[in-house]
Design a protein around this ligand. Structure first.
Ligand code: UGA
Length: 447
């Protein structure tokens, strides 16, 4: 047990977390770990029953363990009843989905519906905390929807990355809390005092904007890196060496400078789109961000052209093996996964895609999901590495190559050493690596 867990204080702060998805469940379990008493609710009775039985649908490192420990300590429980659960809560965290609407904006209906539902049942002085990623002005809308003058609202955006969410929660770079109501941000900030972290308190709009700005900055940065991979191929330079040099500048830093198949996931595409939409609606055309999102699509087309180049004139019916389907390693999340988009474009061109992902066992439309990485290679002419799962680094390339019809390898994560691939008879193509072919951007047939 850690220092936060040694004793259960019956007078501890009571928190209700609404939404037991990946953000809500992580936040709920971690807030319990910090010593608070938490009830986590979800509208899905089935999900609540599963959680009560100790079954988690989410693949998230360390989460099952912390949930189990907090439940055992009596600090975490689950309920499908929002109204009953908020009744004695000092803080109510909204961890609800804000999906992308058809026009690109964030759909706030889940957040506002719940605010209307719980408003009349909150205790006086309760603070409703928005953890969902929400556009500027949402705090005010939530306060209106609550319909109460004796409660407060604060924005406390999460910076959890899938796969490292528990670590990110418990070891944050910063905690951001914003509110326009006096004292609310400080009270929410005090929930995190056991973390001994950098607390940034702001007005509500600034806190809401920090979240979008962080994700937009990282997305722009990755589009820059992926574009630099193109420059490196054209210049005969190596992207990893270049980024080691660039990232050594303390003003830049080395993180988030690895090229890949394009950025994806449940956050960057949705949040960049929402920020573009909000900015435009308020009279600012964020052309830099627009270019970064446009380039991301172009980059994925370039990745497809790298694969097609290995197939020459015989694309129709060609079997392509794909290692990895998730948008990144450490998760089973396929939302806006570049692997899925690349597989779709290959299928559209007549290829047959056989895939293996250690975290994905279910049916994926348009793709044959295989039970092993060797099985995915059966009959394939080209192997594509789309997700950076560590197990692919030590994969038996000899065994994979033996069941393939031809040995081309397109490594969209620069995961393998080109010499290792060559030693097993593979023609290797990476992203921005010194050995990668310059001409392939325009779909040339590689050797
Ligand atoms: C992202 C942010 O990193 C979190 O801080 C934020 O809280 C979260 O969104 C959110 O808004 O909820 P996540 O979507 O889990 O987290 O994924 P990231 O680890 O940021 O990766 C995003 C994409 O960038 C992935 O497609 C990944 O493969 C790609 N990436 C990342 C690269 O191509 N290169 C890199 O060097 C890093």
């Amino acid at each position: 047990m850690t220092q936060h867990e040694t004793h259960h204080d019956p007078t501890s702060i009571r928190i209700c977390v609404i939404g037991a998805g990946y953000v809500g469940l992580t936040a709920g379990a971690c807030l319990a770990h910090l010593g608070h008493t938490v009830v986590c609710t979800d509208q899905s009775v089935l999900r609540v029953q599963e959680l009560q039985r100790g079954t988690l649908r989410i693949v998230e490192d360390g989460l099952p363990d912390i949930v189990e420990r907090m439940v055992a300590l009596g600090r975490l429980r689950f309920s499908a009843d929002n109204v009953e659960s908020v009744g004695d809560a000092d803080f109510v965290f909204l961890c609800l989905p804000t999906p992308q609407s058809e026009d690109g904006s964030a759909d706030l209906s889940h957040v506002l519906d719940v605010a209307r539902e719980i408003g009349p049942h909150l205790r006086p002085d309760a603070i409703v905390v928005d953890k969902s990623t929400v556009p500027v002005g949402t705090s005010t809308l939530v306060l209106d929807a609550l319909g109460r003058l004796d409660v407060m609202v604060a924005a406390n955006p999460e910076f959890l990355a899938e796969g490292t969410a528990v670590r990110d929660f418990l070891h944050p770079d910063r905690v951001v809390v914003g509110s326009d109501q006096p004292g609310a941000a400080e009270r929410v900030g005090s929930l995190y005092k056991a973390l001994d972290t950098h607390l940034i308190t702001t007005d509500a709009a600034s806190a809401e904007t920090i979240k979008y700005a962080s994700n937009a900055y990282l997305a722009v940065r990755l589009s820059f890196v992926n574009s630099m991979a193109g420059v490196c191929e054209a210049a005969g330079a190596d992207i990893a060496a270049v980024m080691d040099g660039v990232g050594s500048d303390h003003r830049i830093g080395r993180a988030f400078l690895t090229p890949g198949p394009g950025w994806g996931g449940s956050c960057f595409p949705k949040d960049t789109s929402a920020l573009l939409h909000t900015s435009y609606a308020r009279g600012f055309d964020f052309t830099l961000l627009r270019s970064a999102t446009d380039y991301n699509r172009e980059h994925q087309r370039w990745m497809v052209s790298k694969v097609l180049a290995t197939l020459g004139d015989e694309v129709e019916g060609a079997v392509v093996a794909m290692w990895g389907l998730a948008f990144k390693a450490g998760t089973d999340d396929l939302r806006d996964s570049p692997a899925i988009e690349i597989a779709r474009q290959l299928t559209e061109r007549g290829c047959v895609v056989r895939a293996f992902d250690p975290a994905v066992r279910h049916h994926v439309p348009g793709v044959t999901v295989c039970t092993s990485y060797v099985e995915a290679c059966r009959g394939a002419r080209t192997l594509v590495i789309a997700t950076e799962w560590p197990e692919f680094i030590g994969a038996d390339l000899g065994a994979a190559g033996r069941v393939m019809q031809d040995r081309a390898l397109v490594d969209l994560r620069n995961l393998l050493h080109p010499d290792t691939a060559a030693a097993h008879g593979f023609r290797y193509e990476g992203v921005g690596r010194a050995r990668s072919g310059v001409a392939d951007r325009n779909v040339q047939v590689a050797g």
